[in-house]
Design a protein around this ligand. Sequence first.
Ligand SMILES: Nc1ncnc2c1ncn2[C@@H]1O[C@H](COP(=O)(O)OP(=O)(O)OP(=O)(O)O)[C@@H](O)[C@H]1O
Ligand SMILES: [Mg+2]
Length: 242
Amino acid sequence: MIVLDGVTKRFGDRTVLKGVDLAVARGEVLCLIGGSGSGKSTILRCINGLERHDAGTITVGGIRVDDQGLPAIRRRVAMVFQRFNLFPHRTVLDNVIESPVHVHREPVEQARARAIELLARVDMADHAHSLPSALSGGQQQRVGIARALALRPEAILFDEPTSALDPERVGEVLRVMRELAQDGMTMLIVTHEIDFAREVADRVAFVDQGVIAETGAAADVLTAPQQARTAQFLARVLHRNG
Ligand SMILES: Nc1ncnc2c1ncn2[C@@H]1O[C@H](COP(=O)(O)OP(=O)(O)OP(=O)(O)O)[C@@H](O)[C@H]1O
Ligand SMILES: [Mg+2]
């Protein structure tokens, strides 16, 4: 479904991705873990074309991420951000129908009906007419997920979807993500929630200094990593969380 082959990315004279090879199968949940600045967000941003990669190839559902492929990619791959990125002056419902109606020219009534369905799915139907500022972080993030689903994406990229939340709000967002995974959504998730990754991910990839340093079944990588740097990273994260 998503394939990266030798992807490199430079910012000025700094090379931040140094040949990333990664594949996510249809219906698979892959968690990306790794230290700050290792390149996790850049990988996601290159996949949906928010950043342009310098070399190597990225394909999504067989379509290459390049100037020609980009409109199709943007439709097929949705993104959920750490800071929700909702439009502050629009209601929850309007946030969810924004892209279907204004970018993809869906009829308003159709988009609205689907939005209400999606808001029910993330348990936010009662807040359809609220403004984002009236919601908790966890509620805003659930709206962010409904918005991501509005275009019927084939895959969703999550960039630390719970790390801006109060601890007591993390669970409600992870629950929605767990349900998506069970429904067979293809998901690539940057996360520091190691317990969640262990439970929900099919595979885990550890990113270090712009390369995938280790990848494997979630249970293997998280409990018995092969690489010393993976083990060091996990020890740090688990110590901090615990
Ligand atoms: N637009 C940009 N311009 C210049 N440098 C950038 C830009 N975006 C990212 N970088 C640099 O690229 C490197 C990788 O950044 P990236 O955001 O992908 O890391 P990350 O793994 O997501 O880190 P974090 O866990 O802190 O979110 C960092 O050194 C960062 O400073
Ligand atoms: Mg990041």
